[in-house]
Structures are given as C-alpha cells and as structure tokens.
Design a protein around this ligand. Structure first.
Ligand code: NAD
Length: 328
C-alpha cells in the first residue's frame, strides 16, 4: 500500500503519519507538504530515516508538480490534510483559503482520476455545519445536518466537500469524507487555543479569551482522530461522510481554566478580548454512524487528554520555542 498524505508536516497530518507507520509498518507513506508557516519539517524528524517514508516539498495547487508525483509514485490512496486551517487568518485574508482548500483539492482529485486510486479521503471539519445554540445541549451535528458556513475557512472546507461529492457522483472517483471536531494533542501550532494557552501560561503572559469564553467546542484527542481515519480508509463505504467527535464538550473558558489549574498558574492571567467576527457558538458531533458502522469510539477523554497534551508541551519546549521564534 502506497499512501499519499498531504499536509503531513502540520499538526494532524504528522500525527497520522506516525500512527500509520506504527500500525502498518509494511505501508509506504509519502508526505507532500508546502511547508507554509504551519508546516514544520522538524516535526517529522522521528520518521525521516524510515525506509517506508518519503517527504516531498510541494504545493497541492501546482498541477504539473502533483501529476509528476503521481506518475512517479503510483499511489493506492490519498489522504488530504493539506489546508489553510486557521479561522482568524481566513478572516484577515480569505484568498489563499479558497486556493489551497478548494482548488488544491481539485488538483489532487484530478490526479487521482488520471492515475487511478483505490480511495481519496478528504479530511474535513464540523465547521461546515455552522453552529448550534448554547441553550439546546440535545442538538448535535449528524451527517445529514445541512451545510451552513460562518467563516471563509469553513466556507472553503464546505466547498471542497461538495466538490469531492461531485467527483464521486460524476466521475465515479472512490472517495470518503470525515468531519471532525476540534483536535488537540502533540505538535499543534501555537496559534490554536490549547497550545497557545499552554505556552502563554508557562510564560505567565496574559491569556486572551474571545468574548466571555462561552463558546463550546467538542474536543477530540488527535490519536483518536487518526485511528478513525485509518478505519475509514480500510472499512469506510465509498461516497460516505463520517462524523468524528469525542463527546467532550467544553467551553473555551473551561479549557483555559483547566490548563491554568494543571500548570498551577493564577486565573488572573485570563484577559477577555473582543469576540471573533461571526464566532460560532457551539459545535457538537454525533458520532453514531462511525460508531455503529465501523466500531469507532473515542478512547481518550478530555481530562486525560489535556494532561497528556500539557505534559508533551512541557517536555518539548524547544519544539514550540523554535516555532514561536521563527514563525509567529
Ligand atoms: P495545520 O495548519 O497544522 O497543517 C496544515 C498543513 O498543510 C501544513 O503542514 C501546511 O504546510 C500544509 N499546507 C498548507 N497549504 C498547502 C499547500 N497549498 N500545499 C501543500 N501543503 C500545504 O492543520 P491541521 O490542524 O493539522 O489540520 C489538518 C486538516 O484537518 C485540515 O484540512 C483542517 O481543515 C482539518 N481539521 C482540523 C481540525 C483541528 O482541530 N485542527 C479540526 C477539523 C478539521
């Protein structure tokens, strides 16, 4: 099995590469990544010497380059993580989100059509479902929830999902899509909530929290996500969408207070800042389909996962220190 993983120098993609090389030592994994501000080759150091791993620097928007790579490698499957992924940046500058997240996905699928593959898997997000009210905890996103986007980021991801479904229907491209909730764990770029708050708390700097910190996210430990994608690749049905969620809803304020508590830092470090424009209130995933059909369940609950994550950042200060110096 020769699998192309795009965006593998980023947070979830790198964790997925480690997971797959560990679970399927006989598989070959090729990582294609443009190394934008969010990509970090240092993250992939542990697998660079692995004979079954190859890193290729390149852009999924570059049709000629992507087609040459497919010609050379004869991939069996493609897992597309490559994306511009930060909502705040999409509000500042939407253009690159449309180019990478939509057009880049099209280039990859065109190459899949040309060279033939067993499966194209699109890594999507629960943000394509818009948001839920804070006062109706019984409501959750299912795969049938309508697509209603709030930010240029989520609009670009939703557009890509629709294109993936269209390539399946029109061209018969074998595809699957997964829509997951907020991930956390090792190697996450410190612009995202959890690593940002950990690094600020360690430095005893102010912790900026949007609005009143009431927005609720459903936290998914990254390794549980990787296992779900592995299952979908091998047992998921062609053309299907699978929601992946941890049943671990927390308000942003709860998350930040937990981090401060774990690090023994005072809550007085919390500073409320002006809310994000169009800020989604609540995300909550109903993972019944993947649970019933593929037997997936989250194994790491938030209280355990946040401890593991904080420990990882404490043990790897150099990793995020290098990023902060070079890229933030
Ligand atoms: P990330 O920002 O950490 O990593 C993205 C990677 O893609 C980086 O390594 C970057 O260099 C690469 N990349 C960007 N543009 C590229 C291009 N044009 N060509 C090739 N490579 C390019 O993102 P992440 O948090 O790991 O997210 C991975 C995927 O999962 C994304 O598609 C994202 O939409 C989705 N997702 C993430 C979350 C989350 O909580 N992080 C939740 C739901 C869905």
């Amino acid at each position: 099995m020769n699998i192309l993983v795009t965006g593998g120098a980023g947070f979830i993609g790198s964790n997925f590469i480690f997971y797959m090389l560990d679970q399927h030592p006989e598989y070959r994994i090729v990582c294609l990544d443009a190394l934008t501000y969010a990509g970090n080759l240092e993250t992939l150091e542990p697998v660079m010497e692995n004979d079954n791993f190859r890193f290729v620097k390149g852009d999924i928007r570059d049709r000629e380059f992507v087609f040459d790579l497919f010609e050379e490698e004869n991939f069996d499957m493609v897992v597309n993580f490559a994306a511009e992924s930060h909502v705040d940046r999409s509000i500042e500058d939407p253009g690159v989100f449309l180019e990478t997240n939509i057009m880049g996905t099209q280039v990859l699928m065109d190459a899949c059509r040309e060279y033939g593959i067993e499966r194209f898997h699109q890594v999507s997000t629960d943000e394509v479902y818009g948001d839920l009210p804070l006062d109706k905890p019984e409501l959750m996103f299912t795969e049938d929830t309508s697509i209603t986007t709030s930010s240029p980021y989520s609009a670009s991801k939703a557009s890509a999902d629709l294109l993936v479904e269209a390539y399946n229907r029109t061209f018969g491209l074998p595809v699957t899509i997964s829509r997951c909730s907020n991930n956390y764990g090792p190697y996450q770029f410190p612009e995202k909530l959890i690593p940002l708050m950990i690094s600020k708390a360690l430095a005893e700097e102010k912790l900026p929290v949007y609005g009143k910190g009431e927005n609720v996210r459903d936290w998914l430990y990254v390794e549980d996500h990787c296992r779900a994608i592995d299952l979908i690749l091998h047992e998921g049905q062609d053309g299907e969408v699978y929601n992946i969620g941890g049943h671990n809803e927390r308000s942003n304020l709860e998350v930040v207070k937990t981090i401060l508590d774990e690090l023994d830092k005072p809550e007085s470090l919390i500073t409320f800042v002006e809310d994000r424009a169009g800020h989604d209130l609540r995300y909550a995933i109903d993972p019944t389909k993947i649970s019933n059909e593929l037997g997936w369940e989250p194994t790491i609950l938030f209280d355990e996962g946040i401890k593991k994550t904080i420990k990882w950042y404490l043990d790897n200060k150099e990793w995020y220190g290098n990023i902060e110096d070079n890229k933030l």
